[in-house]
Design a protein around this ligand. Structure first.
Ligand code: C2E
Ligand code: MG
Ligand code: MG
Length: 465
């Protein structure tokens, strides 16, 4: 049956409408109605190209991440999460200034492009406006949900006037802001790009480094402050990879942590160190550092057990060093695991005391066997009398709690002497020895025996006695 002119018109209208719908859907985010990432890019790029010849096209990009969306959706349901995101998108629309372009870039990530902005101050002020607007609580079923945000800001003039760089730079600045905590906003600068590039190189190097034998352990000796006898060693991880050479653990451990890889490396370190220590004289202790993240994967207790069983090392020789930050998050769960490790016969040591939070309240929460005074604290004792006074109080407190104290990072005879006079029980630092390889550890252990024979060379501790 032939179509009438009228039905052809109707069909044509429907097709046109359908095409418009498809076009709208492909360019906009279905939930919020904002532009999606691809079309946001196209819109800015079109405007940039149109203005290119006139050299008029300046602008700033503010990218915002809404923290805690998975938590909202997880605890209150997906509808609540969708509602919050829609409410934030509506606020972006309402507060839009003429010419600005908004988008939903990702699950919990929004972006606003502001044309005609060329200075940091102006861009940061706009970012503050966006954060202020979006951070108001969202009402969900008569309950105010608090909104935590981070923002990254970039300028077109500092992005080689390329849209792709503008977006990339704002996203790097946003990552940097997120690392600093909520409600922060960070302006892109080339140092951010350099540090992310380096971070990615380290991350790349970490992948497969165990298989390539690029990870190893060094052992730094710890001495009894009173007798001068060697008391044990602390295992310290090293990465030496083909492309980057030696990378410090202070650099690669945080990268491994943020990439969720630290548990594998931590389990490896436990196994490797226990296997080495099993061959040492049995009175020597072994300390292994444990990252907070190793408590979150839930495999730590099993990893410790496995390392002890496989190596045959006595559990009472193993000390696990944790930092106070470990106890900040989900502390009941952490304390449970610490208790299980303690029940195996191992000791738990509080590392890096005197930096960061240094809350004495943690000392009551768990029967730590030792507390390690951080090297920054030891260095401060050289400079201020008050640091010495605080060290004295810490030693007094530790004694009344029957806690031993190790001073780490000792670099001079004066430091060693004054810490021993203060009553610190163990000493560790470059003044005595740097961390050494497993092969170089043997002479150190032999020197211990030499103390039994006075004709042998004295240890550095005997020198300060
Ligand atoms: P940490 O556990 O507090 O280890 C002490 C750090 O101080 C080590 O740095 C050591 O080489 C350094 N040190 C020792 N004596 C001196 C001294 O006299 N002066 C100075 N300036 N430094 C001294 P390293 O080996 O670079 O390790 C840095 C941090 O990386 C460690 O601090 C620890 O937090 C972490 N780390 C190292 N190995 C591991 C590991 O196997 N697992 C985990 N999770 N973290 C590790
Ligand atoms: Mg340590
Ligand atoms: Mg330390």
């Amino acid at each position: 049956m032939a179509l009438t002119q009228e039905s052809v018109e109707v069909l044509r209208d429907r097709i046109v409408k359908l095409e418009a719908d498809i076009d709208r859907l492909s360019k906009h985010d279905a939930l919020t109605g904002l532009l999606n990432r691809v079309s946001f890019y196209s819109v800015i790029e079109e405007q940039r190209v149109a203005a290119f010849n006139a050299h008029l096209f300046d602008g700033a990009l503010v990218e915002v991440m809404v923290h805690g969306m998975p938590k909202i959706s997880g605890t209150l349901g997906r509808h609540a999460g969708d509602y919050v995101l829609s409410a934030l998108a509506a606020r972006l629309n309402q507060s839009a200034v003429p010419g600005c372009v908004s988008a939903r870039m990702d699950q919990s990530q929004f972006a606003v492009f502001f044309p005609h902005v060329s200075t940091h101050d102006h861009a940061m002020q706009l970012a503050d406006d966006v954060l202020r607007e979006l951070s108001q609580p969202v009402e969900w079923l008569d309950r105010p949900l608090s909104i935590e945000l981070a923002a990254g800001v970039s300028l077109l003039s500092e992005s080689g006037r390329a849209t792709v760089n503008l977006i990339q730079n704002a996203e790097l600045a946003l990552e940097s802001a997120m690392l600093r905590g909520s409600m922060g906003r960070v302006m892109f600068n080339p140092e951010i790009a350099r540090s992310f590039k380096r971070r990615n190189e380290v991350l790349y190097a970490l992948q497969g480094c165990l298989e390539k034998n690029e990870l190893s352990l060094r052992y730094q000796p710890v001495y009894d402050a009173n007798s001068g006898a060697l008391a044990g060693f602390e295992a310290l991880m090293r990465m030496n990879c083909r492309d980057l050479g030696m990378v410090s653990p202070a650099e690669f451990i945080p990268v491994a942590e943020s990439a969720g890889m630290i548990s594998i490396f931590g389990a490896w370190a436990l196994q490797e160190a226990c296997s080495a220590a099993a061959h040492w004289p049995p009175h020597l202790t072994l300390a292994v550092n444990i990252s907070p993240d190793q408590f979150h994967t839930g495999t730590l207790v099993a990893d410790v057990k496995k390392a002890l069983v496989k190596s045959g090392m006595a559990p009472n020789r193993l000390e696990l060093e944790i930092t106070e930050s470990t106890l900040l998050v989900n502390s009941d769960n952490v304390l449970e695991q610490l208790k299980a490790i303690y029940d195996l016969g191992c000791s738990i040591v509080l590392d890096d005391f005197g930096t960061g939070y240094s809350s004495l309240s943690y000392l009551w929460k768990f029967p730590f066997s030792k507390l390690k005074l951080d090297k920054a604290f030891i260095a401060a004792m050289d400079l201020t009398a008050s640091a010495k006074g605080v060290a004295q109080s810490i030693v007094g407190l530790a004694n009344s709690l029957r806690l031993k104290i190790t001073a780490e990072g000792i670099e001079s005879e004066t430091q060693a002497k004054s810490l021993r006079d203060l009553g610190v029980h163990y000493l560790q630092g470059f003044y005595f020895s740097p961390p050494v390889t497993e092969q170089d550890l043997a002479p150190l252990v032999l020197r211990e025996f030499s103390k039994l024979y006075p004709s042998q060379r004295p240890s550095p501790l005997q020198a300060i006695a």
